[in-house]
Design a protein around this ligand. Structure first.
Ligand SMILES: CC(C)(COP(=O)(O)OP(=O)(O)OC[C@H]1O[C@@H](n2cnc3c(N)ncnc32)[C@H](O)[C@@H]1OP(=O)(O)O)[C@@H](O)C(=O)NCCC(=O)NCCS
Length: 189
């Protein structure tokens, strides 16, 4: 399959990773506020390794987490995209939609805009039947993005994240889903 390297929305390019994204990406992933729903902020080396894994996902599957660039300023602002669920779960195998933006770009609708664009790619280009998303229970900002793109919570699908140890406060997760028919219904408004 030809990899989908580039997508576009009104205000954003969803593009491939460039070597000079590392500085901004590492700064974002070192920000404790950005990472407060993850086990820990990332070191620069961990961020570099993550970009490597993201590039590997594109190479292997033809889609992944795209780097987000503002069209007006050319600034790198974060990432959004599609990735295969990487752990055993009742809902796996599945393709997940996810996002992470640098703090100064929050609250401007960029996450939802990039998420819509990624979701359209999932259904219209990749031909997927369903996309899932999940986050720790207290991450309401992320759940707002899920709701904004028409995803619905699967109340029976809440789960304990297997990569966090039992008792960890971030371990309880909520699950959201959207299938092709629901996505088409959101387009009809
Ligand atoms: C989640 C994240 C990408 C949202 O970015 P954003 O730029 O605020 O998103 P948007 O501007 O598109 O806003 C989406 C909705 O979330 C709402 N929102 C934003 N921050 C919120 C918060 N802290 N609590 C509740 N709702 C919030 C917005 O008001 C908006 O709702 P609306 O559509 O009803 O107006 C951003 O907060 C982030 O990068 N967080 C850290 C990384 C992370 O947690 N990623 C997800 C892991 S699963």
């Amino acid at each position: 399959m030809t990899p989908i390297l580039q997508l576009e929305s009104a205000r954003l390019q969803l593009r491939q990773w460039q070597d000079d994204d590392l500085a901004e990406f590492a700064a974002m992933c070192a920000d404790p506020m950005v990472m407060r729903y993850f086990p820990a902020p990332l070191t620069r080396v961990e961020s570099a390794a993550l970009i490597g894994r993201i590039r590997g996902h594109f190479n292997e599957y033809g889609y992944g987490l795209w780097a987000l660039e503002r069209k007006d300023t050319g600034a790198f602002i974060g990432m959004t995209g599609l990735l295969n669920v990487s752990f055993d779960a009742d809902f796996a195998p599945a393709v997940e939609i996810g996002w992470r933006l640098a703090r100064r770009h929050w609250g401007l609708g960029f996450a939802s805009e990039a998420a819509w664009t990624s979701l359209r790619c999932a259904f219209a280009q990749l031909g997927l039947e369903q996309v899932v998303s999940f986050t720790t229970q207290s991450n309401l900002a992320s759940q707002k993005v899920m709701q904004a793109i028409g995803m619905q919570q699967d109340l029976a699908g809440s789960f304990e994240h297997p990569k966090l140890e039992p008792g960890h406060p971030l371990r309880p997760h909520v699950l959201y889903r959207i299938d092709r028919a629901q996505w088409q219904a959101t387009l009809r408004g």
